[in-house]
Write a protein that binds this ligand. Structure first.
Ligand code: FES
Length: 90
């Protein structure tokens, strides 16, 4: 059952209450969340428990948010984190 939507790169992503942002994106088929600072390699969620930091996203304008640890909320604006995003900005 779908409760609501968030927006990822401008695309409407459905989620069920209680899901994390990462779970909602993965269910929608989105697997690339960020790129590495060295080499610009694609990365996506690996551990889903806050340990690997491969799920970093920009959420509502704030960089370095862990998608697996952030509850999905209605109307959130989420985007991929580029290699230019400074790790200390969050
Ligand atoms: S998936 Fe590993 S910290 Fe989020």
């Amino acid at each position: 059952m779908t409760d609501s939507f968030l927006y990822f790169e401008g695309k409407k992503i459905p989620f069920t209450q209680g899901m994390s942002v990462a779970a909602a994106l993965l269910r929608a088929g989105e697997v690339v969340f960020r790129e590495t600072q060295v080499g610009k390699k694609p990365r996506g969620p690996f551990c889903m428990m806050g340990a690997c930091f491969d799920c970093l996203l920009v959420i509502d304008g704030r960089p370095n948010r862990q998608g697996c640890m952030t509850p999905a909320q209605k109307g959130m604006k989420v985007s991929r984190q580029s290699s230019e995003t400074l790790l200390g900005d969050g």
